[in-house]
Design a protein. Structure first.
Length: 553
């Protein structure tokens, strides 16, 4: 039990037990293990540079609770060597390395409304007096207080800045302010460097002297992840990106809780047993998914990251590898240790669905198949057929014929109720039933070549670029993003699926896209085109309005 202190520390980062004191940065600050595992984020370096290189201004760091705002403030203060083993104060006046004064507020949201009003009234005048302000606040309290001290124009400007997240200094009622909203930053990029730190030898060297090391699930988890690091971390990253793209983004605090619990299983060193079944219960790929072996661990569902994995039901999906795993009973694609455990557990219940789900969890997270196509097939199986392609588009890869074909087919399906090889897409008035409508009014036809996918870079204050996708029609960009759910909907629509219960956010995106495309059509008050279905396919009728009535041409 030589590494008990570090294992105890990991268990204070999640909320399965009552002791989660180190989940909060301000409590964690002086813990030596925090210093070993902390990650300096690129956005923190941007903030420090902006404060040093600009004239006095108010810098606002906003986002949700748990998004890592306090950690970024701590990163900046430590980068400037201003704490010197002191605990971070709630409010403090500091001198920055450029010898200019700055006041930081660790959490503006901790104060009540009247206290926030007094502070805002004071800080508004600081830049004019040559002093900068570093204000950390949850978005709700920030907007509420801001509205009491700034004009309506400035309030709208702040909301826009929070949404666009450019981090640039602008004048708000003649007061220089810069805003960064960490809620919009991709948290999945935090996972790899954090796990590299947590798994580093310096945190585990004491395990080598422990008499339980050969059968300890925690030490074995660390070893298995290290041996297959890229495969394991890749799945975790893709899961969290999937959640973000479906508007279920988890905070840094929630991600840390999920990963730390998955590594330890919530157990301490003195609880370790020399048992194959005990090991199986606490292996990383089971715990990460919210299971103790083959049985769901209800206590772990309190961790939001585990709840998100349970909702996804990845381990219930049909895989291309099912035949190899369950018919041929070929486990050669697993590390030897996992292979032995699965064979032992499978000998008891080889055809049990719960055991098969555990095998899928192991395959999803820790298979050693070196065939790249196998990994793409796996992602298509457990996420969606277009997810691997979406990730490439999201990272900046230009669209190709396959991508454009999906968009064109889906738009034709949306506006006409069927797909077509026609070179133009009729923009019609049509019911949203998903059923082909035999007569439709045509606003205009748009050539497919005029509808393209465009990339817009998202400012993540990172060297790794990320993009949002949009459609352009005749060179004009539509404002509705082409999100992952929308792409999946396009694919389902093209394949003939009829959705009876669409998520409201997705429904809004579809309706917005349709409305914008209709708005691109030129109005024809005295001309009308009707499409109708006959035995040979679609035909059209033109009509014109003359002398107070419509005439068929």
């Amino acid at each position: 039990m030589h590494n008990q202190a570090f294992i105890q520390y990991l268990n204070t980062l999640h909320n399965v037990s009552a002791d989660n004191r180190n989940a909060f940065t301000e409590e964690n600050q002086k813990n030596p293990f925090f210093q070993k595992t902390r990650i300096d984020r690129e956005v923190g370096q941007y903030i420090a540079s902006l404060l040093l290189s600009s004239q006095p201004f108010i810098f606002i760091l906003t986002g949700h609770a748990g998004d890592g705002k306090t950690g970024l403030l701590l990163q900046v203060l430590e980068q400037w060597h201003l704490l010197n083993d002191k605990k971070m104060a709630s409010i403090d006046e500091i001198t920055m390395p450029n010898n200019k004064p700055c006041t930081y507020i660790k959490d503006f949201s901790d104060d009540n409304a009247s206290a926030r009003d007094r502070l805002m009234a004071t800080y508004k005048g600081y830049p004019a007096d040559g002093k900068s302000v570093f204000l950390v606040a949850n978005t709700g309290p920030l907007l509420s207080t801001f509205s009491n001290h700034f004009s309506k124009t400035a309030q709208i400007q702040l909301v826009t800045a929070i949404d666009e997240n450019q981090g640039s200094i602008q004048l708000y009622d003649d007061i220089p302010i810069a805003v960064i909203n960490v809620a919009t930053i991709d948290n999945a990029s935090f996972i790899r460097p954090f796990m590299e730190r947590v798994l580093d030898e310096s945190c585990w060297e004491k395990c080598a002297f422990c008499e339980k090391a050969s059968y300890c699930p925690i030490a074995i988890n660390r070893s298995l992840i290290k041996e297959n690091f890229d495969r394991t971390i890749s799945f975790i990253e893709k899961h969290y990106i999937w959640e973000q793209e479906h508007d279920r983004k988890l905070t840094i605090r929630q991600i840390v809780a999920h990963l730390s619990y998955s590594l330890t299983g919530g157990i301490s060193c003195h609880e370790i047993k020399d048992s194959s079944h005990f090991l199986f219960q606490h292996l990383f790929f089971n715990v990460f998914f919210g299971y103790a072996g083959s049985v769901q661990n209800l206590n772990s569902a309190h961790i939001e990251g585990i709840s998100s994995v349970l909702r996804a039901r990845y381990d219930e999906k049909r895989l291309h590898a099912n035949e190899q795993l369950f018919i041929n009973r070929d486990f050669s694609i697993f590390p030897q240790r996992i292979k032995s455990i699965l064979e032992t557990e499978g000998s008891r219940s080889a055809f049990d669905k719960k055991w098969q789900s555990a095998v899928r969890r192991a395959y999803i997270m820790q298979n050693i198949d070196t065939n790249p196509q196998s990994q793409i097939s796996l992602e298509e199986d457990i996420f969606s057929p277009w997810y691997p392609r979406f990730l490439k588009l999201r990272s900046g890869e230009k669209s190709v014929g396959r991508d454009n074909s999906l968009i064109h087919d889906a738009l034709f399906m949306i506006f006409m109720g069927s797909t077509s090889k026609d070179k133009s897409i009729p923009i019609t008035m049509k019911r949203d039933s998903g059923i082909e409508q035999s007569v439709q009014i045509v606003y205009e036809t748009i050539n497919k070549n005029k509808i393209k996918i465009e990339h817009q870079e998202i400012n993540d204050f990172s060297t790794t670029k990320r993009y949002r996708l949009y459609l352009t029609v005749s060179g004009d960009r539509l404002t509705t993003p082409i999100s992952l759910p929308l792409i999946n909907y396009f694919n389902d629509t093209r394949n003939g699926a009829i959705a009876t219960n669409i998520d409201p956010l997705l429904s809004h995106g579809i309706d917005s896209l349709k409305a914008q495309m209709i708005a691109k059509c030129a109005p024809h008050d005295d001309e009308l085109e009707l499409l109708y279905m006959n035995t040979s396919g679609w035909s059209s009728i033109a009509a014109s309005f003359e002398n107070g009535c419509w005439n068929i041409n």
